[in-house]
Design a protein around this ligand. Sequence first.
Ligand SMILES: Cc1ncc(COP(=O)(O)O)c(C=O)c1O
Length: 408
Amino acid sequence: MNNTLQDENDPLSAYRDQFHIPKGVIYLDGNSLGAMVKTAPERVRHAVEQEWANDLISSWNKAGWWELPQSLGAKIAPLVGAATDSVIVTDSTTINLYKALHAALALRPDRNVILAEKDNFPTDLYISEGVMAGRENMQRRLIGERAKGLEEALKDDVAVVLLSHVDYCTGALLDMQAITQKVQAAGAIMVWDLCHSAGVVPMSLDDCNVDFAVGCTYKYLNGGPGSPAFIYANKAHHDYIEQPLTGWWAHAEPFAFKQEFEVGKGLRAFLCGTQGILSMTALDAALDVFKDVNIKAIREKSVALTSLFENLTLEQCHGFGIGVFSEKEATKRGSQISLTHENAYEIMQALIDRGVIGDFRQPNILRFGFSPLYVSFDDVRNAAQILLDILTTGAWQEARFSKRNAVT
Ligand SMILES: Cc1ncc(COP(=O)(O)O)c(C=O)c1O
């Protein structure tokens, strides 16, 4: 047995204890909603019972509520290889994409094409439609999965390229440095969606000279359901951020209550209105777990976990109609494995019934995310064994597993 695949030799194994993992659950859905850090309830309780209930409005100053977008951004910055003042936490990924695309277009007023990947997470596509609708004469050009066709599509009319660092479905990990260089050499602005890589894939936004990036915090950063997203801007753009959601939090002097908008310094320009402080408080607790973690160690374990799961399923589930949809080479994928099966939905429901939680994606994908801070190698072995059992016994055929829920 390969020693690196044993929990007793795992340098990250102690982190598991910082998370609440329900008894009997193998949680392989941290790429959708990360597990709760044990400190979150107490931190949120304190924010409710002390900061809100007793300290009331003084908490905007006294408890640092007003500064949370910046202080949380500073905690995320080292995880994405950015200067502390180049990341700010605010709003949702979708809203931040809207802002980032507009900011990018403002930097290339003489160009009119948004280049995006046709299989990207739908919100990226929908919001780029919304951005086009709000500007004159815009067009969108779509390229294939894994950025296939990027070079041919990168003509001198392209203002901005929007891509996901890790694809939500295939898990394909793109080469941030090479693509950013290519895009910028063609005179366009690069916007990365980091939802499926932040907190699990090492990266350096600054070193790659990325223009803008957005990402969510409720997946591998474990911020909790609907926790606010982050947005990054390259230092070179800090003084030139233009986005249409010009709310009072972005004002240079919010408490001067002036009638005219005047943009604040740096990433403040990306703020809009009042933030969800309780949600930010839970995120603050979650980010503290990353304080001493080496992101490279996370990546090493992530590669080992996904490889183990892929090998076990390929070996054991051969002949049951299971296929592998995710990127085959471990170093070219994020921290997920996507399998295919004609009855993927039913099989996933049967797995969840047995405590193995992943999710289903259309049309036939069983998606499993591996969050190295709390998923163990034993979890992976047990999950593969339970999958085999469900396939062998045909347990997934029970009628109750075909009932479709709103969230899959
Ligand atoms: C790549 C990607 N972008 C954006 C989002 C969603 O953004 P929001 O938090 O605004 O719903 C997701 C959600 O899963 C995603 O996978």
